[in-house]
Design a protein around this ligand. Sequence first.
Ligand SMILES: [Zn+2]
Length: 312
Amino acid sequence: MTKNYMTYPLKNMRITCRYDEGSHRNHCINVADGLVDYPIDDAGIDTGRDPIYCCCDEMKVTNVQGVGNGYTNTIWLVSTSPVVTPTFTDIAYIALTHSNDSDLKNIKVGDTFKRGEIICYEGVDGATANHIHMSCGRGYCDNWKQNSNGAWIMTPGTSVKPEDVFYLDRSFTNEIWGGSLNWKELPTEEKKIVGTPVSRNPSVNQVEVLVDNLNARSDPSTTSSSNGYIRKGIYQVLEEKKQVDYVWVKVESYWIAMNENWTKYYPKEESTSTCQEELEQLKETYPRLIFRCNKTGKYIIYLEAGKSLYLN
Ligand SMILES: [Zn+2]
């Protein structure tokens, strides 16, 4: 990326609790002493444990708590240089809670992660089902403190709502459920566009991409990684696969989901030259015959008033 954008750190966004819901309300609603943060729970795709990735050029671990003791496992990370977020450009932090001991036991304060590297995974330490509880904000952060509602608040630093800290990079994150929060798209100049369209060729199966934000995926599934957006235009269809969600087609080395709103499919046409020759021949032999079926199919025939149609 040309700028140090702060991007959402999971490949599957499925928010199971917003900052203003459930137990999170104690973090930011009716807090007498004003000590607040805005955590969200993300449970990723609903099988196994999704990884949490480093979400800017580099982050440094500032604290790890809970491994081998009674606290709920939590790891704090701060960007090593200013990041660009939808609302500020500054040092930013994230704090991740519920990863398992096995994920955090080898991580030390001072360890660094580069963009895209896995920090840890969703877990069940202090939770009943795999998820990650995540707080974020502006500035430095390496601790927590209980507020007047009894909630553990990440501190110091200024807590900021996640939709104001992370851009949503749709070529990386698949939004299964964004919690109806107002996520901002990663600025368009940062989105990779892939694919080299070809000319229309009726003798092969082709697909036309009609929109400029269709993911070019590594596998025929919305959970597989995206290589960017496929360029608008026509492509040769190399393979087709019907899945429960979409019919997927392979173009170049990418899989794209088919839907009439964003793609148009052009099935291979029967060779027209031989048909044409045959039709010319028929016209000479039977001057009144204008059409003959070569195979069973459905045809629409328009008749002028007063004309008759004979079938044999
Ligand atoms: Zn939570």
